[in-house]
Design a protein around this ligand. Structure first.
Ligand SMILES: Nc1ncnc2c1ncn2[C@@H]1O[C@H](COP(=O)(O)OP(=O)(O)OP(=O)(O)O)[C@@H](O)[C@H]1O
Ligand SMILES: [Mg+2]
Length: 252
């Protein structure tokens, strides 16, 4: 389970995450939506300890992240950042193997190698495994970074815009894979998504943010509505039920 209590981040006088209190249950798929600059990445960064909070606290499986050693936290929580600054002269296989570091501490066991092989296979990366990151496409690089996070094999997985650069097939495949990780392996997944229709089809609940605050939390039936989307994004859309899923349409 992931919990935040009044979590806040300021830069100078500007508050970018403003007293966010959330309880995200274990074994669920939670999407975070909101406009550019709403504070989504800052929130995930604080939960994963990449960014210190200005105030408030975050807990992962009851552990206060500010007081938990990095290696202990890294065995429970993995994060895909929105931007990945990993050096280009690393092969995809080595990048994915980095995901095992919190477990292996540099010396991979047979079990670690099996996790790496699994993650490469899951993400269609076997044919590319020995290529360097600067020798593959943007979407292939994105899949490699997600494979690294999955190889870490943590109960909680935070993904900041996992669908970036993915084509339609790989985006749909990714959402299906994440859904199965929740349903079959009991993971807790929190993903920042800009595609509301994917959020609508695959999430157990959606957290909608605006100006650093959570303006609504609930199942897709409550969040994917014309009124909430108007409040969150300030635009008019039409929401239609398609095969039981609330689907957003825009009109020119
Ligand atoms: N280092 C920083 N110094 C000052 N302001 C910052 C810093 N990092 C982020 N911000 C500001 O904090 C706000 C929230 O940024 P954040 O990256 O959390 O937004 P986001 O919801 O993830 O947006 P996007 O959808 O564009 O990724 C933005 O207004 C941003 O300009
Ligand atoms: Mg962001």
């Amino acid at each position: 389970m992931i919990e935040t209590q009044d979590l806040t981040r300021r830069y100078g006088d500007t508050v970018v995450v403003d007293g966010v209190s959330l309880r995200l249950p274990a074994r669920s798929f939670v999407s975070i939506i909101g406009a550019n600059g709403a504070g989504k990445s800052s929130l995930l960064s604080m939960v994963s300890r990449l960014l210190p909070a200005s105030a408030g606290r975050a807990f992962v499986d009851g552990l206060d992240v500010a007081a938990t050693p990095g290696d202990v936290l890294a065995r429970r929580l993995g994060i895909l950042r929105q931007e990945n600054g990993i050096a280009a002269r690393v092969t995809i296989r080595d990048l994915v193997a980095f995901g095992r570091y919190p477990h292996a501490k540099g010396r991979l066991t047979a079990a670690d190698r099996a996790h790496v092989a699994d993650a490469l296979a899951f993400l269609d990366l076997e044919p590319l495994a020995d290529r360097f990151l600067d020798e593959v496409s943007g979407g292939q690089r994105q899949r490699a970074h997600i494979a690294m996070v999955l190889a870490q094999d943590t109960d909680c997985i935070l993904l900041d815009e996992p669908l970036n650069n993915l084509d339609m097939r790989h985006a749909a495949g990714m959402m299906g894979l994440l859904r199965r990780a929740v349903d079959e392996r009991g993971r807790t997944i929190v993903a920042v998504l800009h595609d509301i229709n994917f959020a609508s089809c695959y999430s157990d609940r959606i957290v909608a943010m605006r100006d650093g605050k959570v303006v609504a939390v609930g199942p897709p039936e409550e969040i994917v509505t014309e009124a909430v989307l108007r409040e969150v994004y300030g635009i008019e859309v039409e929401v239609v039920l398609v095969r039981g899923y609330r689907t957003v349409f825009f009109y020119r």
